[in-house]
Design a protein around this ligand. Structure first.
Ligand code: ATP
Ligand code: MG
Length: 233
């Protein structure tokens, strides 16, 4: 059976794509046949972050029915399988949301785990993509604006009967967080699965088109991603 885990947030830019690709590599290193799917249909970044900026076939073409899922699957040098989106300007215009379910059905049995990177907030396309997951992982930074939006996303996940796995607190500063970890936990009401420090290593890895767990596996951030992946078992 294929496990569908969506990485979601209320606010944009909190680190969903970073979390999705790093957990994907951790799972695949552990022998799990995982694939990271770009479900951010309006602003897809998975391909850009992993060195497939303009793939000949993408998830957008799969949704449209123009390409089989196999043609839109690429292998990163880490061994991670990815299904990127298209960055073409016109591509989202003719994506029919009613076809999303059909495309996700094609992924059943295709991989052991599908990690779905999503867009920020509760747009109709995001809700449609999130609805395809069984489980969701919430990403937020320790800032009021991000945490309040995360709460809205959690409420939507509960309305969609999804299992909320917990919170990944990202871009954590050693001393200067707008909200304490305890308060994030209290406000959101779910366990913290892991805390990723704000780190230049992540930026450095991104420039190389590698997840940090691949480029710098012994770094503090990489080890925390590995611990989060362990909790997915
Ligand atoms: N822990 C971190 N430390 C430093 N920079 C980070 C960290 N996590 C993510 N970033 C950087 O923050 C930016 C946003 O991250 P990312 O694209 O993963 O967020 P996102 O939630 O997917 O954004 P969007 O909502 O636009 O899809 C990127 O430039 C990324 O390199
Ligand atoms: Mg993203």
């Amino acid at each position: 059976m294929t496990r569908f885990i969506a990485v979601v947030s209320g606010k944009g830019g909190v680190g969903k794509t970073t979390v999705a690709i790093n957990l994907g590599v951790c799972l695949s290193n552990a022998g799990n046949d995982a694939v990271v799917l770009d479900g951010n249909l309006t602003a897809p970044n998975v391909g850009i972050y992993l060195g497939f900026p303009n793939p000949p076939a993408s998830f957008h073409e799969v949704i449209k029915g123009d390409e089989p899922i196999e043609n839109a699957t690429y292998m990163h040098s880490s061994g991670l399988k990815v299904i990127p989106g298209s960055i073409r300007f016109d591509v989202f215009d003719d994506v029919n949301l009613s076809r999303i379910e059909k495309s996700f059905n094609k992924l059943k049995g295709y991989s052991e785990t599908v990690i779905i990177d999503t867009g920020a907030g509760l747009t109709s396309e995001n809700k449609a993509v999130m609805n395809m997951a069984d489980e969701v992982m919430i990403v937020t930074t320790p800032e009021f604006a991000a945490v309040t939006e995360a709460l809205r996303t959690i409420k939507n996940a509960e309305k969609q009967n999804k299992l909320v796995l917990g919170i990944v607190l990202n871009k954590v500063h050693s001393i200067r967080n707008e909200i304490s970890v305890e308060n994030v936990k209290t406000m959101l009401g779910f366990p913290i699965m892991g805390m990723i420090p704000r780190s230049e290593m992540i930026k450095k890895a991104q420039i190389m088109k590698h997840p940090v767990v691949y480029s710098d596996p012994q770094s503090e951030v990489a080890l925390e991603f590995s611990r989060i992946a362990e909790r997915l078992k």
